[in-house]
Design a binder for this molecule. Structure first.
Ligand code: AMP
Ligand code: FES
Ligand code: ZN
Length: 309
């Protein structure tokens, strides 16, 4: 197996591109894919301030590294979710990465700053933790960007993540979610722009990138994500991809070019009709307390009150 670009011995094959690469050309290929995604979807303009949400996992650390490598000096944001040792290790990986490179890292801690954590939120809402977790992340990534004057929030969602979420949304025809599922969500009053520069790169490629670049990341998956249906969708898509390389990329890019526009109107109308939350000012559908403030009120009750209910 030879590198497609320089003909040296290859260390990784990428069946969907019918190509293999040596370590140096592979990192070049990753940078090119990120540049292409940014350009194709007009994610980031020159001089804009970028905040990367960094979880300590392979994707977001690779993204932070890649952005700097291509000349976008992004700052990081780590959100402490309070999920025991998993969160402790995630924070340590993120801080070690930032310190070693002299990158600026903002930190928000759910328990210290908002009085709750994800296990407590799951208990208080009697729901799977991923709902409270996703809601907290969306709200606080956006809030941090607005508070610190960033133009753009970048997340490490990769090709596998986007294809799995798309499959889930299509199977249930979640039209609202389909309208918002795109590599870039434009800014609007109360919302910073959201971008996903890794959408052209797979999970496996991001793991290889971290190994090649010597990036130490949190390998453990979240212990609370058991039963998360996206894991099942990822497995299904991997089977299809093995039989027919390129399936995932075709599924997702075909949706962007031919499907997404059919769902944007409903999502745009929904966004235009939003009113500020009475407590935090974030956009909400009702103009009352937003979902984040409601969750916070419920989840940050003292344990004694929760038990006494
Ligand atoms: P997940 O929601 O775990 O699939 O993660 C998707 C993306 O959200 C990651 O690639 C990160 O960019 C971001 N992210 C997830 N968890 C955190 C966290 N604790 N702090 C900051 N960013 C995070
Ligand atoms: Fe959110 Fe596990 S990272 S529930
Ligand atoms: Zn609110």
């Amino acid at each position: 197996m030879k590198c497609r670009r320089c003909k040296a011995p290859a260390i990784i094959d990428i069946p969907r591109h019918n190509a293999a690469f040596c370590a140096e050309c592979f990192t070049h290929q990753c940078r090119e894919q990120v540049k292409r995604a940014i350009h194709e979807h007009q994610m980031i303009a020159p001089g804009e301030r970028v905040l990367v949400a960094v979880s300590g996992g392979k994707d977001s650390l690779a993204l932070w590294d890649l952005l700097h490598e291509i000349g976008i000096p992004a700052d990081g944001l780590y959100l402490g979710l309070g999920i025991g040792e998993y969160s402790d290790a995630s924070g340590e990986h993120t801080r070690a990465f930032a310190n070693a490179r002299g990158f600026h890292l903002h930190e928000v801690d759910l328990r210290a700053d908002y009085g709750y954590d994800i296990p407590g939120a799951a208990e208080a809402t009697h729901r799977a933790p991923c709902g409270a977790c996703g809601l907290s992340k969306r709200h606080l990534f956006n809030q941090a960007a607005l508070d610190h004057d960033y133009d753009v929030v970048a997340t490490g969602h990769n090709l596998d993540d986007e294809a799995a979420v798309l499959l889930g949304n299509v199977l249930r025809w979640e039209t609202g979610y389909l309208g918002r599922q795109f590599p870039v969500l434009p800014a609007a009053p109360g919302f910073a722009r959201k971008v996903k520069p890794l959408v052209r790169l797979s999970e496996r490629e991001m793991a290889a990138y971290c190994v090649i670049r010597g990036i130490e990341y949190q390998v453990e998956e979240c212990p609370m994500a058991d039963g998360n249906r996206h894991i099942g969708f990822k497995n299904l898509l991997n089977q299809l991809e093995t039989q027919s390389p390129g399936t995932k990329a075709a599924f997702i890019s075909g949706f962007w070019s031919r499907g997404h526009a059919a769902f944007t109107e409903a999502a745009d109308d929904e966004r235009a009709a939003l009113l500020p939350c009475v407590e935090c000012g974030a956009p909400t559908t009702t103009g009352d307390r937003c979902a984040f403030c409601s969750l916070r009120a419920k989840a940050s009750q003292p344990v004694a009150i929760r038990l006494g209910r």
